[in-house]
Design a binder for this molecule. Structure first.
Ligand code: C2E
Ligand code: CA
Ligand code: CA
Length: 615
């Protein structure tokens, strides 16, 4: 080996050692930095120039939204060593040398750029260039690039170092993006891509802490989604939910946070006043109600009920959401397909509901002595004979202040607070003695008991009831369970089984408030109902000889006859109604016009055969 060769080897070795140190240095810097990608890129550019004797080092990243390569860090005279890039260069894929490297995924080391037609000169030409692609999971995510004023400046060592550097940067970008994605998904509803409940709560809480005026909360609940889901099936229903979430996003005011907080429940939050909130809610309502095609179903229309509440600085997010939810349930109560605002009247109602719920719990816990039952007779026609009776719960609350608490109110409270089974068991246990006595007086008598939607979803409902009946030796054939259509909204397997098992064990199954729900006919076919009860509102309509109501009631009676179901008209109040129903062939009637709900003693008197006094 000549002296010259020896000297060259020493120079090469020193250079290699220097490069190893540089790499080690980069490894250390990269491993010490946090998740901030732009900080990592800036430091890489700066260190590359410092340690590798370069004139500049620029890193471009691929912007997936518009497919361009954007300058993300630039250390060198063109961007006078500033961290911030005032006018970042944007290149299309394939444009210039950097664009070509990104397009091909192959590095380029150009000895003389003046001979390369792709070279784009900006301020003054640099004569050599090294551009290396950065990969994440085999996809080009960017390019690390350096230019030099000297021809043939870059060496194979520079190239190898850039390749190693690009690999390190790629792995850091990959890790950071993975983390970004993980955080994004943790905040997102997977079906619609909207924010989830957790994300809504933190966003709303932040807005309530920062607001200088008010924050609007709009709670949206789709009407009858259980039924729609049943008709469409899961796949199509998911498509519908996605279409609705798109409608919500496009109709929400700018800057709104749109979230899905339950199966068919959405919440929109934005900074705005009451008037803006109402306008926004109306726009959302109209947007959702527009018909759309879903799968095979053309012109599918969905309605929703909306509640609006306003929050101001210092409020608690959960409170404002509950208020909007409460206003939404009020919109549902008023007939659905509309919006309702949380105001002072509603706030008072809510306070009363909470109070009633609390009192109910306390009353049940302390033995339920203030609860009892009334029974309303059901008459057969034309004989006008009492053949059945509906057991109705009553509660006399000792405190005057609360006033009369009707069964609709306390039954709902019991449902909401999960106390309905306890309440129903209590009422049934109070009625049990009377039923035992009355079965002797009227052997074919039928006791109608109301079974709430929640009880239908409890697999213990039928076994518990059977146990009580058995111990009191009451035949199952004396019991009719009344359920409303809302109990059938679910596709729940337990609910189906409970309904079937009621009939299997010889009890009657009656669809209560018939005609007020949705898809009644379908429900009737699916479950083995033995009878229906025509809702009071239809019977009321007969008062005014309203011909539409007349036709409806008539067709209900025909339907029942065709399906071999018993049909009871409820809420019969006047002789005219009785006459109209009789003319249509109705054989079972119940209502204040015949007899109100009465106490057990009065009822017993009514059904006890009177001894005829000998002349
Ligand atoms: P429902 O099952 O539809 O019961 C019939 C309601 O109509 C009763 O109201 C009854 O008193 C009333 N009614 C009867 N005839 C007439 C009439 O001619 N005119 C008018 N305007 N009303 C009449 P009540 O007793 O206030 O019960 C209301 C609701 O509370 C019931 O409606 C039922 O859904 C529920 N409920 C009552 N007791 C129980 C129970 O023990 N368990 C369950 N789950 N729900 C019950
Ligand atoms: Ca009923
Ligand atoms: Ca009813």
């Amino acid at each position: 080996m000549s002296h010259q060769q020896l000297e060259q080897s020493v120079v090469d070795l020193r250079q290699q050692l220097q490069h190893m140190k540089v790499l080690q240095n980069f490894t250390q810097t990269l491993s010490q930095q946090g998740e901030n990608v732009s900080e990592i890129l800036w430091n890489v550019s700066k260190d590359a120039v410092a340690h590798l004797d370069l004139e500049d080092c620029v890193i471009y990243l691929h912007d997936l939204k518009n497919g361009e390569l954007v300058q993300c860090s630039a250390y060198g005279p063109k961007n006078p060593y500033e961290r911030e890039i005032l006018n970042p260069i944007r290149l299309r894929l394939g444009q210039g040398i950097v664009g070509s490297v990104a397009a091909s995924g192959k590095l380029e080391m150009i000895a003389d750029t003046s001979k390369d037609l792709r070279y784009i000169t900006d301020d003054k030409p640099r004569l050599s260039e090294l551009a290396v692609p950065i990969f994440v999971n085999d996809k080009v995510v960017g390019v690390i690039d350096s230019e030099h004023t000297r021809v043939n400046f870059f060496t194979p060592e520079h190239r190898d170092l850039f390749v190693a550097l690009a690999a390190m940067v790629g792995s850091r970008i990959g890790a950071a993006r993975f983390e970004e994605e993980r955080l994004r998904l943790a905040k997102q509803d997977p079906l619609t891509g909207l924010d989830n409940r957790g994300s809504l709560m933190s966003d709303l809480q932040r807005r309530l802490e920062e607001t200088i005026s008010t924050v609007a909360v709009i709670y949206i609940d789709l009407d009858h989604f259980g039924d729609i889901n049943h008709v469409l099936g899961d796949v199509e229903s998911d498509k519908l939910l996605r279409a609705i979430s798109e409608s919500i996003q496009s109709n929400a005011s700018p800057g709104s946070l749109c979230s899905r907080v339950g199966g068919d429940e959405f919440v929109v939050v934005f900074d705005g006043d009451f008037l803006q909130a109402k306008i926004a809610a109306e726009k959302l309502l109209n947007g959702i109600s527009k018909s759309r095609s879903v799968g095979l179903h053309d012109k599918m229309s969905v309605n929703c009920s909306i509640g609006v509440s306003m929050g101001s600085r210092g409020n608690i997010a959960a409170d404002i959401i509950n208020q909007a939810d409460f206003a939404q349930s009020e919109a549902k109560r008023k007939g659905r397909g509309q919006l309702c605002v949380h105001d002072s009247v509603l706030a008072n109602r809510r306070r009363r509901e909470q109070r009633v719920a609390m009192e109910l719990r306390l009353a049940l816990e302390s033995g339920g002595k203030d609860f009892f039952f009334h029974i309303q007779p059901i008459f057969s026609f034309p004989q006008r004979k009492i053949v059945a009776g509906e057991v109705l719960a009553r509660w006399t609350h000792p405190e005057q202040e609360l006033g009369v608490i009707g069964p609709t109110e306390f039954v709902q409270a019991a449902e909401r607070t999960g106390n309905i089974s306890n309440l129903s068991q209590l009422i049934f246990s109070k009625a049990q003695g009377a039923i035992e006595r009355w079965k002797v007086l009227v052997p074919d008598f039928l006791f109608h008991i109301n079974v709430s939607p929640m009880q239908i979803q409890q697999d213990q409902f039928v076994p518990d009831l059977l146990r009580v009946l058995e111990s009191a030796q009451i035949p199952t054939s004396m019991i009719a369970c009344e359920v409303t259509e809302s109990a059938l909204m679910t596709n729940d397997a337990i609910a189906s089984e409970v309904l079937n098992s009621i009939v299997r064990h010889g009890m009657k199954l009656i669809l209560d408030d018939f005609g007020t729900g949705y898809a009644s006919y379908d429900r009737l076919r699916r479950y083995r109902f033995t009878g229906i009860k025509i809702d009071q509102r239809f019977v009321k309509g007969l008062l005014h000889f309203d011909s539409t109501t007349h036709t409806i009631v008539n067709s209900m009676l025909l339907l029942a006859r065709d399906m071999q179901l018993t049909c009871t008209a409820e809420g019969v109040e006047t002789p005219a109604q009785i006459q109209a129903l009789e003319n249509m062939g109705c054989t079972l009637m119940q209502g204040n016009g015949l007899c109100t709900a009465i106490s057990e003693q009065v009822f017993e008197d009514l059904i006890t055969p009177k001894l005829s006094v000998p002349q």
